[in-house]
Ligand binder design. Sequence first.
Ligand code: SF4
Ligand code: SF4
Ligand code: FES
Length: 261
Amino acid sequence: MAEDKKLKTLATGDKTIPPEGAKMIPIYIMGREYMVPETLTIMKAVEYAGYSYVRGCGCRGGICGACGTFYRFLGDYRLRSGLACQTVAEPNMVIMQLPFFPANRPGYDLENMQGNPHEELRRLYPEVFKCVGCGTCTRTCPMDIDVMDYIALMKRGDLRGAALKSFDCVMCGLCTSRCPAQISQYMAAMFVRRVFGKFILPKAEHLSKRVEEVKSGKYEKKLKELIGMKQEDVKKLYVEREREPDLAEAGKWMPKDTTNL
Ligand code: SF4
Ligand code: SF4
Ligand code: FES
């Protein structure tokens, strides 16, 4: 940052109102310098700087994976990564968000899958077996998942282990963008979790029953009723609904009115 350069402080909209006297810090968004209040997340800092999100923002709560971001600090060679909605902006961060990264997405039909799932994994994602064990994916993952390890479990045929280990993946794609073996880790992990859910986990009987009820049209009348209601009546219904107490024993609570179950 050039010392003599006059920094322009920008403020837009009402998304972020910094507290009075908030310290302003310089950050760089797509190569341009902005002064933003400290303590904001990268996402809020980007909005404070005047950008509006059209893509690359979803839940704002670290769940949807839409806001994967790379950044470096001025004068530091290390490339870092995080979720824009969860990572606090720091002085001299040079930021670039990566809202999408092209991954290998072969089609498959689990219902009619032939052969064993490990062989299918090899057919669909042969690149998984070319992992060189560099650990870049693990160091990149904003969810602190040991990505290299779940890839190793996949290679060994431990699909249950790989499914459980990758469970917290938010599909941000940052690991894939850095892999020297061009592996789409998160897509292979999605396949493995689907296989786990369909063939390894015991079937959830109550869920199957509910799916059958939905298919049979049991809720059509009620849905039509709700669709026909005024917005404020729907809101009232939602606010006044009977709710399960936080500390209810699992599987024990039932609402008093069971007509819609
Ligand atoms: S495993 Fe990859 S896609 Fe999933 S959260 Fe980690 S970096 Fe993102
Ligand atoms: S970045 Fe790619 S090659 Fe390196 S450990 Fe992860 S999956 Fe393997
Ligand atoms: S906006 Fe959903 S994880 Fe950041």
